[in-house]
Structures are given as C-alpha cells and as structure tokens.
Design a binder for this molecule. Structure first.
Ligand code: NAP
Length: 277
C-alpha cells in the first residue's frame, strides 16, 4: 500500500504560513497586490481565476481583476500589461492562459516585467532557473518539489524520470529536480522503449496530458509516483495521467487526482506573489 501524498493538506499548510507572513508584512506597512487578467470567458479559466482570487483573499493579498472581452486586441492587452508594469502598487501580474487565438501568448508573456512575472513563464525567469539564479519558478513544478520535500521523500541522488517536456511543466520540473541533485531523465512522445526508461525511476513524474495512460507496467516496485495530469472523464469524475488503482499497489507513495498536485499550483502562485514585494 502506497502512502497517499495529500496535496490538499500540504497546500493548506503553505497557505497558512503565507497568511502569517502577509500579516507580518502588513504590520510593517507592506501590501502585496496581484493583478489578474482574463481575456474572454472560457469557463475553465473563470474557475481558475476565481480560485486564485479566493486564495489571495484567504492569505491577505490584494487582487485586482481585469475581466476583458474576447475581442480585446493584442495591442490593447499589451497596453494594459505595460500600465501594470509601471504601477508601483502592483507587485505581480498574471495573464490567465490560454488566450484567444488572435493574441500571441509568447508576446504577452514576454511583455510582463520579469520582476512581476509570478507565473514564472517569462524567458528571463526560465533562463534564471536553468543557470541556478534567483527568479520566479513555474508554479506547478515548484509545487511538486514542495510535495516531495514536505512528505519526507529524499530527492538527492535518486533516479528521476519526467514524462513530458512542456515549457510550463516538464522542462522546469527537470531543472528543479536537477537543482535538488536528482539524476534526471526527460521522456517525450518520441522516446523509445518508454516502459524500460520509466521503470528505472525512483521518482516518476508524469505530465503527458493523456488520461490514465500510465499503468503498473511503467512503474518500478516501490517508486514514488507524481501525477501532474488532470482530466474530466465522461462520468464527470476527475482523473490524472496515471491509472491510480493499477499503479498505487506498486508505488511507495503516490499523488491522487484530485487532491495531489492540483492544489499545490495555486499555493505556489501565492508563494511567488509573497516574494514579489
Ligand atoms: P503538454 O504541453 O500537452 O505536453 C505534454 C508532453 O507530454 C509533451 O512533451 C509530449 O511530448 C509528452 N507526451 C505526450 N504523449 C506522450 C506519450 N505517449 N509518451 C511520452 N510522452 C508523451 O502538457 P502540459 O501542459 O505539460 O500538461 C500535462 C498535464 O498536466 C495535462 O494533463 C495538464 O492538464 C496537466 N497540468 C496540470 C496542472 C496542475 O495544476 N495540476 C498544471 C499544468 C498542467 P512531445 O513534446 O514530444 O509532444
């Protein structure tokens, strides 16, 4: 039986620590303010933005919301970001992705000042991470590191296999595990003999965006399995990239979906906001 890594509990602990820090900042006259921009009204984005605002409220971070129409042009959005970059009373800027197809996401991400890039997506933030310098770290992979550390799972010297090489999960995840002194292998859709590679992992981190794809044949006995994936099944239930019931008996520890990595992303966003003052 694997230990079930409780992301809800760990994220609550982090949020409570941040709440205390926010109160301390307030007593010193320091306010933290996050500007959140949502273009259009994609229902999933509305839920994510709502959760981020709720977390801000809980911790004591001010949030300013910009819910702007789908037809907003790239130039208009750039102007809004630039105005927020210039405001001393705004510490962090978050543009909820995905953006409508007429707006180039890369251009918008690059327009956010690296000093306010609390999502950690700016090329300067990514570059800083890759050469071990200070900067904002993408929230989901940062959350995975916290899950491992706060569950007492040793990373140093461990064989870590990461499934997925996206800019927001797989690549920063690999850099963070390297920073923690793991031996890191990154797999992707062209990896040959995938099961052979994943079966070497002491820590297997899965972010491929394929519902319940990873079965016990991919997992070494006693491995720690972190499932970043999130999908809604036809029956309305949520699942990850890992077939939980199949893999759990073989693993020593595993994250569930929901209640694993998901809640950590917002906690780490809040952590980045607190670093922005
Ligand atoms: P993505 O951009 O679609 O990237 C998927 C990666 O997986 C790609 O690198 C792809 O390889 C690789 N891949 C796809 N099929 C594969 C296969 N059969 N074998 C090996 N590698 C394969 O996805 P993402 O944005 O990283 O997200 C991954 C998952 O995490 C999704 O389910 C997403 O919803 C979830 N997610 C959750 C959170 C959270 O807060 N919990 C945050 C972000 C993402 P190629 O590069 O070769 O195409």
């Amino acid at each position: 039986m694997a230990v079930i890594i409780d992301g809800k509990k760990i994220s609550s602990e982090i949020k409570d620590e941040l709440k205390e820090l926010a109160a301390k900042y307030k007593s010193e006259g320091k306010e933290v303010t996050l500007a959140v921009i949502q273009v259009g009204n994609d229902p999933a984005s509305t839920v994510y933005v709502g959760n981020k605002k709720k977390a801000c409220e809980y911790i004591g971070i001010n949030s300013i919301s910009y819910e702007i129409p789908e037809e907003t042009t790239q130039e208009e959005l750039l102007k809004l970001v630039n105005d927020l970059n210039d405001r001393d009373d705004v510490n962090g800027i978050l543009v909820q992705l995905p953006l409508p197809s007429h707006i180039d996401e890369d251009v918008i991400i690059k327009s956010i000042s690296p000093k306010k890039d609390v999502d950690g997506f700016h090329p300067q933030s990514v570059g800083a991470l890759s050469i071990g310098q200070k900067g904002y770290v993408s929230c989901t992979p940062a959350g995975v590191i916290q899950l491992l550390k706060r569950s007492g799972i040793e990373i140093e010297g461990k064989e870590c296999v990461i499934l997925g090489r996206s800019n927001i999960v797989g690549k920063p995840m690999a850099l963070l595990m390297l920073r923690e002194n793991a031996t890191v292998t990154v797999c992707h859709s062209r990896t040959k003999n995938l099961k052979e590679v994943t079966s070497r992992a002491d820590i297997l981190i899965v972010a491929i965006g394929k519902p319940e794809y990873i079965t016990k044949e991919y997992v070494k006995d006693g491995a720690v399995v972190i499932d970043v994936g999130i999908h809604r099944k036809e029956n309305g239930k949520l699942c990850g990239d890992v077939l939980f019931e199949d893999v759990e008996p073989a693993a020593s520890a595993i994250t569930p979906v929901p209640g694993g990595v998901g809640p950590m992303t917002i906690a780490m966003l809040m952590n980045n906001c607190m670093q922005s003052v």
